[in-house]
Design a protein around this ligand. Structure first.
Ligand code: MG
Length: 160
């Protein structure tokens, strides 16, 4: 077994899509970044890389590389999960929390879980995504940004 932890923050800005967990959520602002700035998928990707000490998302996809401008974070996640499965590991489960003051995320959590489970080819019961606010405190509370954390457990597959 290997455990991994990921953390990410992105700024909220006007004129950007709010994409979270691969789902385009209608909101007046969106997350700002070199890629599509999907803070949740970035935290999960970093957790997967971290579990096998494979570095971090910034090393694999430098934000100075024009190739990753507006990159779809679903593709980045799948790429990193392939590194994991190539090393003979599979996701046992993941647990993530998004901290956002707005929009209300509860209604979209089931869809987000389904999308992530699809990307990682696991059952939705292996994917937990939770949401909380920051009680109006700090940068999240002022709606300047959104953060996410994720923990993953990987299990090495026996070769029969
Ligand atoms: Mg990020």
């Amino acid at each position: 077994m290997r455990i991994g932890y990921g953390f990410d923050i992105h700024k909220l800005a006007e004129g950007r899509k709010f994409i979270l967990g691969g789902v385009d959520i209608p909101f007046e602002k969106g997350l700002l970044g070199h890629s599509d700035a999907d803070v949740l998928l970035h935290a999960i990707t970093d957790a997967l890389l971290g579990a096998l000490a494979l570095g971090d998302i910034g090393q694999h996809f430098p934000d100075t590389d024009p190739l990753y401008k507006n990159a779809d974070s679903k593709v980045l996640l799948k790429h990193c999960y392939k590194l994991v499965t190539d090393k003979g590991y599979m996701l046992s489960n993941l647990d993530a929390t998004v901290v956002a003051e707005r929009p209300k995320l509860m209604p979209v959590l089931p869809e987000i879980r389904k999308v992530i489970a699809g990307l990682l080819e696991v059952d939705v019961s292996q994917v937990s995504v939770k949401a909380t606010t920051s009680e109006k405190m700090g940068f999240v509370g002022r709606e300047e940004g959104v953060s996410a954390t994720a923990v993953v457990l990987l299990e090495e597959q026996s070769n029969g």
